[in-house]
Design a protein around this ligand. Structure first.
Ligand SMILES: Nc1ncnc2c1ncn2[C@@H]1O[C@H](COP(=O)(O)OP(=O)(O)OP(=O)(O)O)[C@@H](O)[C@H]1O
Ligand SMILES: [Zn+2]
Length: 715
């Protein structure tokens, strides 16, 4: 008997959303089976989509090629995984093959059958070396805290939750402990058949929160064995990624801890998904298929739950945050999500008091206003630590010549190159173009070229100078350290820096938003934000949401240890230097009133029919010239006439991006809006073939690439 499997292979980005290729096979292949197939002159990895025993009508049977072989010993990907991929491909308007193959570990494509068999054997050996996964060891290994009342209530509510759960827990309220307990429960639940249950825990950036990984390992490895917790993120080597993926796919790994890419991990026994810091923008991919891992997580939990319903089981999803996304908040308002609140901090500690410094009344040019400086000095003298947030790395954003007006522009981008003093370079943060700092002005030869503005490098230097007269309790001068993308580039350097802070070696930590994210600091009692103003008046309608979240998260790093605060006898503080102290955002921040902030923002969004009250997409074009990029968009808009729901869709004029040129490519975009998500979806699907055709319009000559971004985060 002969079969005609349709197979998904990695085809170019836009070759049709539902695109599969037909092959010939002597054997029946289960959908989800990984196979090797010929494609042109190459042999590539594919996933069997379907395996009918009749050839499709449009197939020339004589020309059809044979499947080369299945990847032996590897169980097929299950039906839910295939449906997740199909949904992601349709919703985000990308090729099925592109999404599916990008969701698999790259090394899987390269290994031949024998190599793969060796890996599998290694895995099996590892698995037998650990405690039997089906019978958890005694509870003795579970060294959890005694739950706070709020934690206990949240856990009880999780038990019966029928909808996605939004765990709205203040910073330091102990959300992690809730995740750990829920994980334990999901893993211990007996599942029918021989299924080992699994849990997926997603974090925005795994490298930033080594603590979380450590907590999961500590808690679960003694119970389920050394291989029970695996990570999945882009910082891993291809071999590590494959090992983690295989462990998850074969059930050896009980817990997968990963970044957004982990949403596509094959986990046959999935019973719980946790999305920590669910508001974080890094859950949205900015390249390839521009998916939101948070939104896909909600979809995936539903898929799994639907499949389990017959067995009286389900897959729970917890979205956790102290500052939820307005989308999730709105869903909870509507009752689509179940909101569980944990407003109190562990130990009953207070959230920091807000102190606004009105920069209109400070000495001209003050980096740190005198009252803030005094407060920092006082903290340091008492043995407490301070965190200073500045969202700009490098020494200065621009280097300029005061004689002729030359500025350190990037020759390849419409942006300035940033001055990095430590290695004396001018670096473009968009394209990476780097040069030594010139000794004199390249235009007029003037020797007096100077930095304009301030970045974290300079701030670190200045704070050290400003605090020079201050003494720590041990009589030593204060130690200032910096943490940003530059200082944490080397593997392990972030851990070292965090350790220095935890041990009390460092008194002041200067850094970008990276220092505001999720860290459980014990002795920080003062947090300061220096340049919040730029975001107050940004044109992006999501800017207030992001700023509020950032400031609240930053504030959340202070005063986390109630016992320590007690011995110090003071309260923790969040200082903000601003020229606009009357701005209403600060009034809400003062009371830590996220619900009030969210309600007000949602009202504004509703009156403007903005998400989550309407749906958006962006059509983006990159080209050699701005004219070509915009021409492509305009032609695409013209050609949309007559498409389904065209009348309900608003197509805005094509505009250049705020940073118009990057790496010598001109960038433009067009906003697409519709009140209804499903109408927008149908329109976009119908628009796809049109967009392909527009590529070859003469006016769009020089077009480099185009992409659709559904539910864009920045417009
Ligand atoms: N029931 C408990 N009893 C004592 N300590 C606890 C308890 N639950 C959590 N903790 C501790 O409280 C601290 C804060 O918890 P955690 O880091 O989970 O907070 P969080 O809610 O995730 O905060 P954030 O949103 O700021 O990251 C941690 O040091 C944790 O070990
Ligand atoms: Zn550049």
């Amino acid at each position: 008997m002969v079969f005609w499997p349709s197979v998904i292979v990695a085809t170019p980005a836009h070759s049709g959303v539902g695109h599969t290729l037909s092959y010939r096979s002597e054997f029946l292949l289960t959908p989800g089976t990984l196979v090797r197939v010929p494609l042109g002159t190459r042999e590539v990895l594919g996933v069997v989509w379907d395996c009918p025993n009749a050839a499709p009508e449009d197939l020339n049977e004589a020309k059809a090629k044979n499947v080369i072989g299945a990847l032996e010993g590897l169980p097929p990907l299950n039906a839910r995984w295939l449906r997740l991929i199909r949904f992601a491909s349709q919703y985000y308007q990308r090729g099925l093959g592109e999404v599916a193959l990008a969701a698999l570990p790259p090394q899987l494509r390269e290994l031949d059958a024998a190599q793969l068999a060796r890996r599998m054997k290694k895995r099996a050996k590892l698995a037998t070396a650990m405690p039997d996964g089906d019978t958890p060891a005694s509870d003795a290994a579970d060294t959890g805290h005694e739950l706070s009342e709020e934690q206990a209530q949240a856990l009880a509510a999780l038990e019966t939750a029928q909808a996605p759960v939004l765990l709205f827990g203040a910073t330091g309220s102990g959300k992690t402990e809730v995740y750990l307990r829920a994980t334990r429960r999901a893993l211990d639940a007996t599942a029918p058949g021989n299924v080992t249950t699994q849990v997926l825990v997603m974090v925005p950036e795994i490298n930033l929160t080594p603590q979380l990984e450590a907590r999961f390992r500590e808690r679960f490895e003694p119970v389920y064995g050394a291989g029970a917790v695996v990570c999945l993120h882009s910082g891993m080597t291809p071999a590590q990624r494959l090992a983690s993926w295989l462990a998850a796919h074969t059930g050896g790994a009980r817990i997968v801890l990963g970044t957004r890419m982990a949403i596509f991990a094959s986990m046959p026994g999935l019973r719980l998904i946790v999305v920590d810091e669910e508001h974080d923008p890094s859950y949205k991919s900015q390249e390839g298929a521009r998916y939101s891992a948070r939104d896909l997580a909600v979809y995936r939990a539903k898929l799994e739950s639907d499949a389990l319903a017959g067995q009286g089981q389900r897959c729970l999803i917890i979205l956790g945050s102290a500052t939820p996304s307005l989308e999730s908040w709105h869903a909870a308002d509507q009752g689509r999500y179940l909101r569980l609140a944990m407003p109190a901090r562990i130990g009953g500690g207070a959230l920091p008091r807000l102190r606004l410094v009105d920069m209109n009344h400070q000495p001209k040019g003050a980096v740190i206003a005198p009252p803030l400086l005094a407060a920092m000095a006082e903290r340091i003298e008492r043995g407490e630590q301070c965190l200073v947030l500045l969202n700009r790395r490098g020494y200065a954003p621009v280097l300029a010549c005061h004689e002729c007006g030359w500025k350190s522009g990037c020759p390849h981008c419409s942006a300035y190159r940033v001055f990095h003093k430590l290695d004396r370079t001018l670096r473009c943060h968009h394209c990476g173009f780097t040069e030594r700092v010139p000794r004199a002005c390249p235009d007029c030869g003037n020797l007096d070229i100077a930095p304009v503005g301030r970045g974290t490098e300079q701030l670190e230097e200045q704070i050290a100078q400003l605090l020079a007269g201050v003494k720590r309790p041990d009589g030593e001068p204060p130690r200032v350290a910096r943490m940003d993308a530059d200082t944490t580039r080397l593997k392990g350097s972030l851990e070292t820096q965090l350790a220095a802070l935890h041990s009390g070696e460092v008194d002041v930590l200067v850094g970008t938003q990276m220092i505001a994210k999720g860290h459980d600091f014990r002795r920080i009692t003062l947090v300061a934000g220096l340049n919040a103003d730029s975001a107050l008046f940004a044109s992006d309608y999501r800017a207030p949401e992001r700023l509020f979240a950032l400031l609240m998260q930053a504030a959340g790093r202070a005063g986390r240890d109630a016992a320590f605060m007690g011995t110090q006898g003071g309260a923790s503080e969040m200082w903000i230097q601003t020229w606009y102290p009357q701005h209403p955002l600060f009034a809400t921040l003062r009371t830590h009133d996220f619900p009030a902030f969210a309600t007000e923002q949602l009202e504004e969004r509703e009156s403007a029919a903005m998400p989550p009250y309407g749906s958006q997409a962006l059509l983006r074009a990159d080209a050699r010239t701005q004219a070509a990029a915009q021409a492509f968009l305009n032609i695409a808009a013209d050609q949309a006439a007559g498409l389904p729901h065209r009348d309900e869709i608003t197509l805005y004029p094509a505009v250049p991006l705020s940073i118009q040129r990057v790496a010598n490519v001109e960038r433009a975009q067009m906003l697409v809006e519709c009140a209804s998500r499903s109408e927008l979806q149908r329109f976009l699907a119908a628009w796809q073939p049109v967009l392909h055709a527009c590529r070859s319009a003469p006016e769009a000559k020089g077009l480099v690439r185009w992409a659709v971004d559904v539910d864009p985060l920045t417009i």
